[in-house]
Design a protein around this ligand. Structure first.
Ligand code: SAH
Ligand code: SF4
Ligand code: F3S
Length: 438
């Protein structure tokens, strides 16, 4: 009988990619994945610390794991990922039912730890490495359209609100060769799209290769229909990169460009290293070189000291840019970060009001942007069945908008030309007017 594992993932796409890496390691050891948590020999949770809410969700899941362990003392419980650091002390003091705690740079140890005779105390490894990039491991991805490919790890930006540089350590990049080899492999495995991942993808740097050159190399992989990447930092957006995007059909015409805030004083306090003017000029440059580009963003409200006037400046940048969509967050103080020490924290109700205002504005902008493509023909990659109707497909445009359309003769992974008829809510609706082979 094979041993089985169950894994649950929280947080960003890097964590999704890491869970695939962990799955690969476990499968090499003869473990098989199960969806049945009660029957599994090992239960893992890959955790996120980015906001308090993310940590709370994991804490509540741990309660469930604890009761599973009470019924079945042989099950191994492992806590992985960004919360490892914060859970280390909690675990040693209060959570004896957790067997393993591994931080993002320690996953190689997992097979050895599973094989080792269980000790009475938990095993903790939250050491962050300056070198670990998991170059030689084979993530287990299952099937799909898109494969996540991590190109770098860690972050050196130290935005004052952000825990990531502490949970993931210093920035380090994989070699171009190993990334290209992995992309070739995922294409051979049937994936047609890759998303290159890093906390700061555009500060990628390996032996003289920057992100623009890496993208060029990846774009040349035969059979790869689409390339996306996330997240770039506004400070590291180069014209080179924009031209590489413009020159290659298979690099998607969309950029996730985190704004965070629109007032210079707040940006400075956040250590974002750009001004509102720099950001708006950058958007102009992007739209000159990449017309019809899809632009999305992340915005935080209620950062310590943010005044009403400064919040309005964030709305002002949004008005200027009119993002296609935005992820919006209430500031959440993270222990150990600089901003958590600031004395002038914004009242939660105030942050809530600002958040609601911001969401309302973004909805209007999303609708404006979506209406701009009504009547146009878009190249859409068929990705899955629509949730609403089994007679329709859902797929994305180059600019990263979801489109719903009747299936016709199209199959999953086909490129189709869709004439957009209607923009309602966040999705577009259209009709196939032709199949497109690339
Ligand atoms: N490296 C990525 C973002 C990683 S975290 C980047 O720089 O774009 C994803 C988003 O979470 C951030 O862009 C930010 O908007 C939000 N975020 C990070 N820390 C936060 C905090 N303490 N409170 C609220 N939102 C936060
Ligand atoms: Fe966090 Fe800033 Fe690094 Fe993004 S760039 S991971 S927000 S420190
Ligand atoms: Fe969360 Fe860690 Fe990603 S804190 S957002 S899982 S890098």
């Amino acid at each position: 009988m094979h041993k089985t594992y169950y894994i649950e993932t929280y947080g960003c796409q890097m964590n999704v990619a890491d869970s695939e890496l962990i799955a690969g390691l476990l499968q090499q050891e003869g473990y098989r994945e199960t969806g049945d948590i009660q029957a599994s020999d090992a239960i893992f949770v890959n955790t996120c610390s980015v906001r308090e809410h993310a940590e709370e969700r994991v804490h509540s899941r741990l309660g469930t794991f604890k009761s599973i362990k009470e019924n079945n003392p042989n099950v191994i419980i492992g806590v992985l990922g960004c919360m490892a650091q914060s859970l280390k002390h909690d675990l040693l003091e209060n959570k004896p039912y957790i067997d393993i705690v591994l931080g993002p740079d320690s996953y190689r140890r997992l097979p050895a730890l599973l094989n080792r005779q269980r000790k009475s105390a938990g095993i903790v490894d939250t050491h962050l490495s300056r070198f670990e990039v998991y170059d030689d491991l084979f993530p287990s991805r299952g099937e799909g359209i898109n494969a996540w490919v991590s190109i770098m790890r860690g972050c050196d930006k130290f935005c004052t609100f952000c825990i990531v540089p502490f949970t993931r350590g210093r920035e380090r990049s994989r070699s171009v060769d190993s990334i290209v080899a992995e992309v070739r492999q995922v294409v051979a495995d049937g994936f047609v799209e890759v998303t290159l991942l890093g906390q700061n993808v555009n500060s990628y740097s390996h032996e003289g290769y920057g992100f623009a050159r890496l993208l060029t190399a990846v774009a040349a992989v035969p059979g790869l229909k689409r390339i996306r990447y996330t997240s770039p930092h506004p400070q590291d957006m180069t014209e080179d990169l924009l031209y590489v995007m413009a020159e290659h059909d298979n690099i998607c015409n969309s950029i996730h460009l985190p704004l965070q805030a629109g007032a210079d004083r707040i940006l400075k306090r956040m250590n974002r290293t750009y001004t509102r003017e720099h950001f708006m000029n950058l958007v102009d440059r992007i739209r000159t070189i990449l017309p019809a580009v899809g632009l999305t963003t992340d915005i935080i409200v209620g950062f310590p000291g943010e005044t009403d006037r400064e919040f309005e400046q964030t709305l002002g940048v949004m008005e200027y840019v009119k993002f296609d969509s935005a992820f919006t967050f209430k500031y959440s103080p993270r222990k150990g970060t600089k901003a958590a020490e600031y004395q002038d924290q914004v009242h939660p109700q105030k942050s809530q009001d600002r958040l609601e205002q911001l969401i309302k504005l973004q909805k209007q902008h999303t609708l404006i942007r979506n209406r701009q493509v009504v009547g146009k023909v878009q190249t859409v990659l068929v990705e899955k069945e629509s949730k609403r109707s089994s007679a329709s497909w859902a797929g994305r445009t180059d600019s990263n908008k979801w489109v719903i359309f009747e299936k016709g003769a199209a199959r999953i992974k086909d490129f189709v030309s869709v004439e957009i008829r209607d923009a309602r809510g966040v999705s577009l609706h259209g009709n196939i007017i032709g199949e497109k082979r690339k």
